[in-house]
Design a protein around this ligand. Structure first.
Ligand code: ASP
Ligand code: MG
Length: 407
């Protein structure tokens, strides 16, 4: 029978009532002839609650123990969903990450999946069970519990779909699919029927919260068809697919914003070889992901070096930088947490010029100052003051996508 991997997020399993609805949905997929492996997140709010507990004890909790704690959220939801399936007569079985050996590296809090041993899952499917696997968690080679990073259940699901060679991976969530912008910010936003993996990677990395970025990278690398759709309706959602010719006609597919980064500036560092390496080496060793980096041209042999890191890591980055300050001869360090990154994304940019110029004009017309700029082949991102985020998204959507359908 064709195998479907279905993933249900925190809101979809946020109450007992909803867990029962999810069970009914899984059974419908079984009835129409699918084998089903289900991945679930922790119940809505649970991961934050657990995180709060850890932070009541320590400002920077020990990373190994934090993962042990956070992984418990998904243990509750797999058990409850499996009970709900059994209660209505559907044989089912739950597994935690370490039980099916979702093996990861040892980067606590942001571990990468290296391999999955599908033996037990395949056996259970053959026996007619629905297999319910805890998302977001794995185990390293020394049997330490690891977690994959916030929103990591998406990656668990796509990785399972890849390793089990599933027909598709359905990501059930509380929205209807991937939109041209966040409908909460931009009422004109529309659902996309299809989007390429590359555009989705850029959108996810620039703040579109519907899918976790690593899951999309995984989907791309293994060509897993991913269908993002709503738990609460049966309408078609958005398909993530390989790039198609027709997609090039659309200049901008989506506008995204992200308020989860902080900007750190090292003031007046000497402009000499090896300095950037000295600064970013320790940051990388601490597994902090640097996003944008800007180094100004030097006039007096010194230069300001500005970069962004996830807000959650900015204190850690700051303490590393403070230690490094004397060695890199910086005059000082400043931090700004009130920033936002706003991005436009579209594969059409590969073949069309002028998108950046238009973006800057649109922002200038609103008096919005651009603090940093970065680009890729199919994306332009700017850092602006956080208070202009919503305005920027709306005017960019209006300018590039407008009211009429490009989808
Ligand atoms: N429960 C985890 C989180 O809140 C993983 C997930 O939801 O995908 O980030
Ligand atoms: Mg989630």
């Amino acid at each position: 029978m064709p195998l479907l991997v279905q993933k249900y997020g925190g809101t979809s399993v946020g109450s007992i009532e909803r867990i029962k609805q999810v069970a009914a949905k899984i059974i419908r997929a079984k009835r129409v002839g699918h084998d089903v492996v289900v991945v679930v997140s922790a119940m809505a709010g649970e991961t934050n609650r657990l995180l709060g507990l850890a932070h009541e004890i320590a400002e920077i909790p020990d990373e190994r123990e934090k993962d042990v704690l956070l992984a418990s959220g998904e243990q509750v939801s797999v058990a409850l969903l499996t009970l709900a399936l059994k209660e209505v007569g559907q044989p089912a079985r739950s597994y935690l990450g370490h039980q099916v050996r979702i093996e990861t590296d040892s980067a606590y809090g942001k571990a990468r999946i290296l391999s999955i041993d599908s033996t037990k899952i395949v056996q259970a499917i053959k026996a007619g069970d629905v297999v319910v696997v805890a998302g977001f968690q794995g185990v390293d080679e020394d049997d330490n519990i690891t977690t994959l990073g916030r929103g990591g259940s998406d990656t668990s699901a796509v990785a399972l779909a890849a390793f089990l060679n599933a027909e598709a991976c359905e990501i059930y969530t509380d929205v209807d699919g991937v939109f041209t912008a966040d409908p909460g910010i931009c009422p004109q936003a529309r659902k996309l029927a299809r989007i390429s993996y590359d555009e989705m990677i850029e959108l996810a990395s620039t703040g579109a919260k519907v899918l976790e970025i690593r899951s999309v990278e995984f989907a791309k690398n293994y060509s897993v068809p991913v269908h993002v759709r709503s738990t609460f309706s049966d309408v078609e959602g958005t398909w993530l697919v390989n790039e198609e010719e027709s997609m090039n006609d659309v200049l901008v597919s989506g506008v995204a914003s992200d308020k989860n980064e902080a900007k750190i500036t090292l003031v007046r560092v000497p402009d000499q070889p090896g300095l950037a390496a000295q600064i970013f080496g320790p940051i990388a060793d601490a597994h902090i992901v640097v996003d944008m980096i800007i180094q100004n041209a030097s006039e007096d042999g010194t230069t300001d070096l500005t970069f962004t890191v996830p807000k959650a890591d900015h204190k850690k980055a700051l303490s590393i930088m403070e230690k490094a300050l004397p060695a890199v001869h910086a005059k000082g360090i400043t931090v700004d947490t009130e920033i936002a990154k706003v991005s436009v994304v579209g594969v059409g940019m590969r073949t069309h010029a002028g998108v950046a110029a238009k973006m800057f004009q649109v922002l200038a017309a609103e008096g919005i100052n651009i603090e940093m700029i970065s680009t890729s082949e199919i994306k332009i991102s700017v850092v602006i003051n956080a208070k202009y985020t919503e305005l920027a998204v709306r005017v960019l959507h209006e300018a590039f996508i407008g009211k009429q359908g490009t989808v």
